[in-house]
Structure formats: structure tokens, C-alpha cells
Design a protein around this ligand. Structure first.
Ligand code: ATP
Ligand code: TZE
Ligand code: MG
Length: 279
């Protein structure tokens, strides 16, 4: 782990039985994860949800989203290829999810890159009760208001300390923040979890961030502690990335292996190999 996430810390590893129990719960409960998401990675999100052990549905017509979300265990709102009609659908589905106590995961893809994305992400955060805000470092830095750079959908990093940025974002938005990168930072504003699982190959494939949101939603659907569930989801996804990268020849053999490794990942595997530090 990089020095900037260790400095002055009294870190301890989270017992692997905790993420393992959550993975087992996803597999046994098979929650429905309703997505309103982008057209680039929609199929990957559906399949990674299945590999995690949950059931995906993608539905975005304003006419049907309130009905669909009522059957779901979690809702993903991903602004990757936003349109005005999608914003309307996100608000309808999000309000209904809030009424029913269904957790909402917001992925603010490319926030900061255009005024439309920034205004929409802010509107969703202001209007809805978001359970988990999952973004890359640049996206979280923009929403924290402390400085983050985004070009297209790619993170250019944060202005200051990444852990403090995530914490500030969690406090100002009132959400659990799940900030992805080489080391993922998950925080509810007070507790901080650092997830060490993952592989650089994940950064060379479009959509791993979107998939991380789908897996996160599957885990929060079966959990009460959304910060622990978010960290557990990133540990499982990251471990699949580590093991998938081992035999991959390039981005596309890696992509196939990532799905296969997550589908084959057992709770015991996760118990033995999750690297989640609390500090
Ligand atoms: N250098 C790295 N080492 C290990 N894991 C990584 C690395 N970069 C990204 N990851 C993992 O890849 C996943 C996606 O994170 P990332 O920050 O790249 O998302 P993103 O930039 O929003 O993705 P995208 O826009 O391509 O969907 C996370 O699970 C993260 O832990
Ligand atoms: C490349 C891209 N553009 C909009 S959404 C998306 C998928 C990864 O974020
Ligand atoms: Mg990336």
C-alpha cells in the first residue's frame, strides 16, 4: 500500500470471515439489482452481477422504473452516457427506492468533465438518499469540492490526500464513499477501510469501475453496514482481478478471466485472501 494511506495509522485487518459471510449471503439470497446505466458497459454490468451471485435487470423507461425498483434489493444509478430522459428515470426510481428503504448506489461517471454531468450528480445527491457513492479518485475529488481532475471518464487524481478527500466527500454528501484506485478507500466519514486487492490490468479495461458499482450493489443489498459491504465487494472484485490477471495474455483474455474468477470465487477464497484494513 502507498505510504500516503499508511501514514500515522493504527491499521488492523478486517477478519476475512466478514466479507466471506457477505459473499455467501449474496449467493444464497440472489438479490435483484436494478440498473439505470450507460450503454458502453451495460452488458458487462449485467454479467458481473450474475458472477457475483446476484440477478441484474436493466430498465430505464420512466414509465416502468418505479415498478421495477420495487422488486429490487438495490438500485445502481450510473451517469456514464446520460440523457435528460435518463435523469428523469433516475429521479423516479431513486425516490421510490428511498420510500421502500432500498439502497441506492450512485456511480458519477465523468463528473467534472461537463456541466451536465456535474449538475446531474449534484441533483441526484441533493434529491435522493444515496447509500454509496462509488467513483474513481478524480470523480470523488470533484464532488468533495476539494479538487479532482477528470478527462472524459478517466481520473486525473485528487488535489490533496486521498483518504481525507474521501472522508470530506462522505461528510459533505452524507453517503458512504467508495473511491477506487490501486488502493480503494471506503469511508462513512469516520471509519476508513483500505482495500488492497486488485491488479493494474483492471485499469486498462473500460468498465471495471461500472462493474465495481454493480458488485457493490449486490453486496449492499444483503447488508446493513454499507461501508463494510462496499469494502467487501471491492475485495471480492479485486481478488478476481488478481487471479484473472495471472494467466491473461492481454486486456481481452483478462476480461474473460475476470468474470470467470468472480463466478468461481468461494467465500473461503475471500476469507483467506481479502485484504481490507481498517484505520
Ligand atoms: N492500479 C490498480 N491496481 C489494482 N486495482 C486497480 C488499479 N486500478 C484500478 N483498480 C481496480 O479496478 C476497479 C475500477 O477502478 P477504477 O478506479 O479504475 O475505476 P474507473 O476509472 O471508474 O473505471 P472505468 O471508468 O474504466 O469504468 C476497482 O475495483 C479498483 O480497485
Ligand atoms: C468509456 C465510457 N464513456 C462513457 S461511460 C464509459 C464506460 C466506462 O466508464
Ligand atoms: Mg479506470
Amino acid at each position: 500500500m502507498p505510504d500516503n494511506t499508511r501514514e500515522g495509522s493504527s491499521a488492523r485487518f478486517v477478519d476475512g470471515a466478514i466479507p466471506a459471510g457477505l459473499l455467501a449471503a449474496v449467493r444464497s439470497q440472489r438479490p435483484l439489482v436494478h440498473h439505470i446505466t450507460n450503454g458502453v458497459t451495460i452488458n458487462d454490468c449485467a454479467n458481473i452481477t450474475i458472477c457475483a451471485g446476484a440477478a441484474p435487470v436493466m430498465a430505464e423507461a420512466p414509465e416502468e422504473v418505479a415498478g421495477m425498483v420495487a422488486a429490487a434489493g438495490a438500485l445502481v444509478l450510473n451517469i456514464g452516457t446520460l440523457s435528460a430522459a435518463q435523469v428523469e428515470a433516475m429521479l423516479i426510481a431513486g425516490r421510490r427506492a428511498n420510500e421502500l428503504g432500498i439502497p441506492v448506489v450512485l456511480d458519477p461517471v465523468g463528473v467534472g468533465a461537463t456541466e451536465f454531468r456535474t449538475a446531474t450528480a449534484r441533483k441526484l445527491l441533493d434529491t435522493l438518499d444515496i447509500a454509496v457513492l462509488k467513483g474513481n479518485a478524480g470523480e470523488i475529488g470533484v464532488l468533495a469540492g476539494t479538487g479532482g481532475s477528470v478527462r472524459g471518464v478517466d481520473s486525473g487524481g485528487v488535489a490533496g490526500d486521498p483518504v481525507e478527500t474521501a472522508r470530506e466527500c462522505a461528510r459533505s454528501t452524507g453517503t458512504v464513499v467508495s473511491m477506487t484506485g490501486a488502493v480503494d478507500v471506503v469511508t462513512d466519514g469516520s471509519r476508513v477501510f483500505l482495500v488492497g486487492n486488485g491488479n493494474p490490468a483492471m485499469d486498462r479495461l473500460s468498465g471495471t469501475g461500472c462493474m465495481a458499482s454493480s458488485v457493490t450493489a449486490a453486496f449492499v443489498a444483503v447488508a446493513e453496514d454499507y461501508a463494510v459491504a462496499s469494502a467487501a465487494a471491492l475485495a471480492a472484485f479485486g481478488l478476481a482481478g488478481e487471479w484473472g490477471a495471472a494467466g491473461a495474455r492481454g486486456p481481452y483474455t483478462f476480461r474473460t478471466a475476470l468474470f470467470d474468477e468472480l463466478a468461481g470465487l468461494s467465500p473461503d477464497d475471500l476469507a483467506g485472501h481479502a485484504r481490507i484494513e481498517e484505520r
